[in-house]
Design a binder for this molecule. Sequence first.
Ligand code: ADP
Length: 159
Amino acid sequence: MKRAIYPGSFDPVTFGHIDIIKRASEIFDELIVAVLNNSAKRPLFSVDERVNILKEVLKDIPNIKVLSYEGLLVDFAMENGAGVIVRGLRAVTDFEYELQLAQTNSVLNSGVDTIFLTTSLKYAYLSSSTVKEVASYGGDIDKFVPPLVRKLTYEKFGK
Ligand code: ADP
């Protein structure tokens, strides 16, 4: 049983994340989508909201589990029997940070490996921060996120 973990803030989840999740779920027997409980980042959505949104938008993919975590990712991965961390790479700007993170995690626990999936060109420009910025000005975000996320994001901004 090959189990992997895809961690992130998902504040909110975008089509770019969903693309990585679908592809990773075809590579591994089980994929844990792990939502970082990061109050320091002052998220738009609470961790429970982000978990519930992910569960709803991913409900048709059978081999996915959505959980939240705080603390060290490698510890959480080990506790859940996941030996592989999946991360998405959009552009060269992601690379340095992601490489450093992967190397740190491998020093912390050599039993956990990181693999990178390159984003589909269609979503390479997309980030949760852009979605929030566009939505805060009432701009159209339907090309970036599923309808449920669009509705809830507009609600947060009183749109
Ligand atoms: P974090 O705060 O951990 O970077 P994010 O929710 O922003 O959390 O991203 C989680 C993962 O998804 C990261 O590996 C990030 O590079 C990747 N990712 C974010 N947006 C996209 C996208 N548009 N296409 C592919 N991967 C993406």
